[in-house]
Each structure stands twice: as C-alpha cells, then as structure tokens.
Design a binder for this molecule. Structure first.
Ligand SMILES: C[C@H](O)[C@H](O)[C@@H](O)[C@@H](O)C(=O)O
Ligand code: MG
Length: 395
C-alpha cells in the first residue's frame, strides 16, 4: 500500500470551552474559588480566570494528506500554538509520508528545544502529534487504539473530577476528585474548611467511594503534609499536584511524609520522557498523570508509560477526552481514566471538550465500552457550528 504524503497543515484557534476547558462562562464550578499558586494574592483567589488560566484558548491542528484524508486534533495552545505550527513545525510535515510520526516528533522537539521543552510549545507539539495519529489511523481505517496494540480490557472505568462527588457516585463513577479551595495563605481557617468539605462529601458518599483532592500546584510541603494527615480520617485516596511541578525534591519529601496508604499523584503539567523520568527516579509520586495533549502527544506518552511501567507505577492521564481514552484502553498500567465534569453544575455528563467536537463519547454509568472507540482515528469530528479562526495562514 503506497502511503499518502502530507500536503497541507492548518492551525486554527477557538474560544469558549473546547480543549481549553477552563475557558468557561461565569458561574462554572471550575472557576469557583479554587486554590492555585496565585492564591497568595487575595485578588486572584475567587476566579482562576482573573489571573489568566484561560488566556491561551484552544488550538486546532488540521493535517491534510494528498489522498484527501484529513487528520485533526485539539489542545490548549491558542494563537501562540497556531504561530508555532504554521511558522515553525509545518516544515517538518509538508511532503512527508503519513507514517513518519516518530521522525517528525523528533524534529519538532529538537528544533524547538531552544525555546520549548515544556509548556505551550509541548502542548503545540502534542496537538500536531495527535493530529498525525488521527490521520494515520484514518488512512488505515482503524481506531488509534488499534495502532497502539489494541484494548487490554472490554471497557474503561472513570472517576469524575468536579465539585459534587456525591452526584458522581449516583452517576456510577468509581470516585470523585474535588478541587481544593483554600491555600496556605488562608491559614488554619482555610485548612479547616478544606477538611470540612471533605468530611461532608465522605458523609454523603459513604465509606467505599474514592475521594481525592486536586491541589493544582497551590501548596507547600508542610501544608500538604498537614492536609494529608487530617484528610486520612476521611479516607482520602490520593492528594494530587500539591506543589510546583518543578519541586521534585518537595514531592519526594511529601511522599515520605503522607500517611501510609495515601497516594501522592502529579504530572499533568509535566512534559516529555525526561520530565517524567525525574518524577519516577526521584520517587515523587505513586501515580503519574500526564495530559496527552500537553506532555508530547501519543508518541511521547508511549515512552512515558513504558518508563512508568518499569517503575511499577500507574499512568492515569489527566482528562483529555478521546485522546487519553484510546491510550488508556491499551495499557495494563492504566486501569482507569479521568472524566472532567464540564457541565457548570456537575449534575450531568456532557462531552469534555464541548462544544467543539461531534461524536465525542462520554461515560455511561461511569463506564465506556471499548467498542465506543471503534471509529477510525480518534473517532471525533469538528463541530461545524464552532467558528475556527486561522491567525497565521501560510501560502
Ligand atoms: C479541577 C482542577 O482544579 C483542574 O481544573 C483540573 O483541570 C485538573 O487539575 C484535573 O486533574 O482535572
Ligand atoms: Mg489535576
């Protein structure tokens, strides 16, 4: 079979939800006094949008082959990402065979290493990589998971991230991850409120339902240790992303400090095999949580996951819709997945990247059959009612 070659690469931006799922309207639980590293400034405590959590917006990468097949993917990178795709990365794609994914990744990473390595550059490389996997799988008329070795189980099971774990339990999820609302700068009063919320949710959910706290880089080792020990009484299953992603030493200390049996997790703002090698070799956490749209794409997640497996660590990707589901279903060390509740009041399941994608599968009763992923590529389409903007058209 003669493989088609890439004839066009296009980068678009979109505002309002989509892959930049923090880019929501007013009154959404995901922007309601959630603890962040900016919480030391009282003026930035109520809303993460106030300090710019949603400034980037969504990047849509479209890659067209000379046989007319079009692969695409979405991630969090907005106009900066569109610039990098059109002005820099596209030179490594045009004219290449759709099978040259590994070589293209290597050239994208090392050609941007002088200004990239993590953050929005790796988000952008991830978006291109995901679009390449979508394209290749569509050319081969297979779902992406089939190119990754195929499902190791019949269905995915999900925990839900949102403000209402009690409702998540009623919807059939295996657990509920709460955002932490108060940071060290809010003192003992804030710590007390953090524990009171957990106690309330434990009361409502019963003893067997997983409850976790997501701390979104907002704590220090001392506070996180105190929180963990107070939370043990309420059976906190894991404490997530407590510290700055760069504080590998702090994570290693925290993991030694927490009560036996409580898991320490992190990784959604980490990138590449080198970043995760540090987390694994410095014994920073029990579960790594790469976002496949931010860590380097599927091509890099394959390497990251193998590293973790060799360290007997679980890989539970940060919620990234179909882009993580197709990976998780193929790996034994990814036994469950995250589902981010994107309805403003998390009392109903809506597609994670809503309104950007059509045919985006959602968990039913907290589960998703592998067969729900059996459409070529990642199995989703761009919603034609969503206006795309191409800020840097080339040629
Ligand atoms: C709910 C958390 O504060 C973040 O908004 C979320 O994106 C991320 O940390 C997660 O693990 O889902
Ligand atoms: Mg998180």
């Amino acid at each position: 079979m003669t493989m088609p070659t890439i004839k066009a690469v296009r980068a678009f931006t979109v505002r309002g939800g989509g892959a930049d799922y923090h880019d929501q309207g007013a009154g959404h639980w995901i922007d309601d006094h959630i603890g962040t590293p900016m919480g030391k400034y009282p003026e930035y405590r109520q809303s993460r949008q106030s300090f710019g959590i949603n400034v980037l917006g969504t990047l849509v990468v479209e890659i067209e082959a000379d046989d007319g097949t079009v692969g695409f993917a979405v991630t969090t990178a907005g106009e900066i990402g569109a610039f990098i795709v059109e002005k820099h990365l596209s030179r490594f794609l045009i004219g290449r065979k759709v099978t040259e994914i590994e070589k293209i990744w290597d050239q994208m990473y090392f050609s941007t290493q002088y200004y990239g390595r993590k953050g929005v550059v790796l988000n952008t490389i991830s978006g291109v990589d995901l679009a390449l996997w979508d394209l290749l799988a569509k050319v081969r008329k297979e779902p992406v998971h089939a190119l990754l070795g195929g499902p190791v189980r019949d269905e995915l099971q999900f925990y839900a991230t949102g403000a209402r774990p009690d409702l998540a339990k009623q919807m059939g999820f295996i657990g509920g991850k709460l955002p932490l609302h108060h940071v060290p700068a809010e003192g003992e009063e804030g710590l007390k409120k953090n524990i009171e919320l957990l106690a309330t949710m434990r009361e409502r959910c019963g003893d067997d339902f997983w409850l976790m706290y997501d701390c979104w880089m907002s704590l220090d080792v001392n506070y996180a240790t105190k929180l963990a020990w107070k939370a043990q009484e309420y059976g906190l299953k894991w404490i997530e992303e407590c510290l700055s992603p760069d504080d590998y030493w702090g994570y290693a200390e925290l993991r030694r400090n927490v009560p036996k049996g409580m898991l320490v997790t992190t990784g959604e703002h980490e990138a590449t095999r080198w970043g995760f090698r540090l987390l694994l070799e410095m014994e920073c956490c029990d579960i790594i949580q790469p976002d496949v749209g931010w860590c380097g794409g599927v091509t890099e997640l394959i390497k990251i996951s193998a590293l973790a497996d060799a360290h007997s660590k679980l890989v539970v990707p940060h919620g990234s819709s179909v882009y993580s589901y197709h990976f998780v279903i193929t790996r034994q060390n990814s036994p469950f997945a995250e589902f981010l509740m994107m309805h403003p009041v998390p009392d109903q399941v809506v597609p994670m990247f809503t309104p950007l994608l059509l045919d985006e599968p959602v968990p039913v009763n907290g589960r998703m059959k592998a067969s729900a992923l059996d459409t070529p590529g990642f199995g989703v389409r761009l919603n034609p009612e969503v206006t795309l903007h191409r800020p840097y058209p080339v040629g």
